[in-house]
Ligand binder design. Structure first.
Ligand SMILES: C[S@@+](CC[C@H](N)C(=O)[O-])C[C@H]1O[C@@H](n2cnc3c(N)ncnc32)[C@H](O)[C@@H]1O
Length: 310
């Protein structure tokens, strides 16, 4: 028998914890290894995935207005920056930034993104930070102002308490002057479910990559053909839930343990909370912010909020 290779002890600890619960779950941050980040970029181009093109259109139309919230000499700090595609819409209008700080958990993808950005913006200092944004981000008090940027409705992946904690954490950054946040809005169930269960199966591949990743990094032996992607609208909690459903009674080796899955049982892999302008504004106010602007598209599919310290 081959020796068990554990390349990622933190992932192993989280998998053993989440998959031992009566309702099995994994934190969505584990989607994002290099394969997961690349799959997410493919999702953003899907016809069913309205959030990216809608948010991009809002940011394009309002770029000058948003740039006015960024003081001369400020540092722009982006959480969950991914490929930093939307960021370019702001960077193109901001000559006087002291630095751009993309923060992401997907280390290799972040490094490559930062390399490409520095080719496009040679005069701009780019300081990538590999970090988990659900933990406090330590930013030094360097005397300049800061503006946070958090597009992609990634805030919606946190539960309401986690979202408030993140909003409070950014409120406490030294020199913070504004926080620009993209949020997906509540809409009809069919549009929502299609956005997370596309006909080409890219979101299914993104979800299943979590099992491949556990096979690669913690020596798990998931048979990925025996799990299926599910996207469900939970109206009571205003969220799309992604699950991986076991298609059989089966047992999977995770590190030192065997974990049993009953047929039909799921691993809850992600929540994407949806907001109204009011529900988001209330959450922001409870976290020390005032809603200064709320920009949306004609169909009110997506919103870009500008928060200022209250
Ligand atoms: C939904 S994607 C959004 C990407 C990009 N901002 C956009 O708008 O298209 C989420 C991004 O956040 C990153 N991410 C997810 N969870 C994270 C965490 N806990 N800490 C840091 N980055 C995280 C992922 O690697 C990914 O780049």
């Amino acid at each position: 028998m081959d020796a068990l290779v554990i390349r990622n002890p933190e992932l192993l600890a989280d998998a053993l914890r989440g998959l031992s619960q009566p309702r099995k779950f994994m934190e969505p941050k584990w989607f994002y290894d290099t394969e997961g980040s690349a799959l997410f970029e493919r999702i953003t181009d899907l016809p069913e995935y309205y959030p990216t093109r809608t948010e991009t259109a809002i940011l394009t139309a309002a770029a000058d207005r948003l740039a006015a919230h960024v003081p001369e000499g400020a540092e722009l700090v982006e959480l969950g920056s991914g490929a930093s595609v939307k960021t370019r819409l702001l960077l193109d209008r901001l000559d006087g930034l002291s630095a751009y700080v993309p923060v992401d958990i997907s280390a290799a993808f972040l490094k490559e993104t930062a390399r490409r950005l520095s080719q496009s913006y040679p005069a701009l200092p780019i300081r990538p930070v590999v970090a988990d944004f659900t933990r406090p981000l330590r930013l030094e008090d360097a005397g300049h102002s800061r503006v946070g940027f958090f597009p992609g409705s990634t805030l919606g992946n946190l539960d309401p308490a986690g979202a408030r904690a993140l909003l409070q954490g950014v409120r406490d950054w030294p020199g913070v002057r504004a926080f620009i946040v993209g949020i997906d809005l509540i809409k009809d169930e069919e549009t929502l479910v299609r956005a997370y269960d596309d006909s080409a199966g890219v979101t299914a591949a993104f979800n299943l990559n979590l099992l491949h990743r556990m096979n690669r990094e913690i020596g798990a032996d998931f048979d990925t053909d025996r799990f299926a992607h599910r996207a469900i609208w939970n109206a009571g909690k205003a969220r799309i839930e992604m699950h991986l459903e076991s298609l059989a009674d089966q047992s999977v080796r995770i590190g030192p343990r065997d974990i049993r899955f009953a047929k039909g049982e799921t691993i809850h892999t992600e929540n994407s909370h949806k907001f109204s302008e009011e529900s988001f504004s209330t959450q922001a106010e409870q976290s020390g912010w005032t809603l200064a602007e709320f920009l949306t598209d004609a169909d009110r599919l997506f919103g870009v909020a500008v928060l200022e310290p209250s």
